[in-house]
Design a binder for this molecule. Sequence first.
Ligand code: NAP
Length: 194
Amino acid sequence: MRKLTYFIACSIDGFIGDPKGDATTMMSFVDEELLAFLKEEYPETISAEGRTALGLGDLENRRFDTVIQGRGSYQLALDTDVTSPYGHMREFVASRSLTESPDPNVELISENLVGRVRELKAEQGELGIWLCGGSQLAGELIDEIDELVIKTYPLVYGSGMPMFGSGFAADAFTLEGVRTFGNGVLMRTYSRKR
Ligand SMILES: NC(=O)c1ccc[n+]([C@@H]2O[C@H](COP(=O)([O-])OP(=O)(O)OC[C@H]3O[C@@H](n4cnc5c(N)ncnc54)[C@H](OP(=O)(O)O)[C@@H]3O)[C@@H](O)[C@H]2O)c1
């Protein structure tokens, strides 16, 4: 089985963005040290736009070859006329409102979301699936998540968009690793206890 990993940036108090989901206040923490780590360990999570802006060129996928995001998250790319933000992977976008995919590399999932994700997990392959977000999609897929990689930025939001748009449950995860960065960013990896 391939793993579904929710790799996400959040505030100390667990929000992935402001009440509308805007996460730009986290961006100032992506400094040289953190970027070097991401390039080395999670290069595929750097978008095509980010690669161009940083002059990174081609980077080989290390952990994921597939990304799934909700239309709310994908909309941020569409709003800047980018239709394939992660063209170096297979891209899936969950949406009931989009009737036609805006890009040949993007496959829409309009029904049976959990079933489609289970099919993707059942495929053969060395690399896993990145659940990019946002909150609503993660809430719907919470039971399918095998791994959490949480980048915590040293910010308190007080309120905002939660990591999961789902009801209450006390799902147990095992802490697999912690990495700290000089600027106060903390990265924790957890695997689900099954
Ligand atoms: N901090 C981070 O690392 C991070 C990462 C990613 C995103 N974000 C933030 O998260 C925000 C977006 O989150 P969000 O919760 O508003 O939206 P979202 O989860 O990205 O997308 C929600 C949309 O996905 C579609 N969808 C959800 N469930 C579905 C299902 N079962 N079947 C088919 N389609 C389904 C629907 O699209 P339709 O309306 O088209 O039907 C729904 O409106 C953005 O503002 C972004 O900044 C933050």
